[in-house]
Design a binder for this molecule. Sequence first.
Ligand code: AMP
Length: 187
Amino acid sequence: MELILLGAPGSGKGTQGEKLAAHFSIPKLSTGDALRAAKKAGTPLGLKAGPLMDAGDLVPDELVYGIVEERLSLPDAHTGFILDGFPRNTAQAAELDRMLVRLGERAIDYAVHLHVPDEDIVKRLLARAHKEGRADDTETVIRHRIDVYNAETSPLLKFYGAQGKLLTVPGVGGLEEIFQRVLAALK
Ligand code: AMP
């Protein structure tokens, strides 16, 4: 099972991705988590990515390709994987397709889109920033992240829709309720 999770920041990709990974016993890769770890560790990658992440912008595509290909090459990803936060634009989606061919003639099965209205997203992200003490996560940065999603990432809905791979699931309600919707869509 090769899955991509699509949805605005705060739409629940991380949480639902964890549940899916446990359910199907396959790994989940979050490029955002990997970049945050690199930033925290102060690696060259983290130093380059940090300011862009803080501003709510995407980092250059080339910075994430290595992270993804390396992780998907590991043996535990051979039976499947869940991608959270990658691809983020159509160039990354095309590169992912090429990567999967290099990794053994594989392809994405489905792109699961967790759909949450913009205003709910702002509320969720503000609550999260407050809870995690992310004072730099201001409403301006949050709104910018949503704009970046709408401009750069949402075209992927068409990209996967045209391939018959898009499954759109309402991402509002209880975590378990949403998870059951995702499982039902995948059946
Ligand atoms: P996320 O946790 O997925 O929202 O990612 C946090 C931040 O990491 C994003 O706002 C981007 O700056 C960066 N990032 C994560 N994944 C990607 C990606 N696939 N392409 C470019 N930037 C990314």
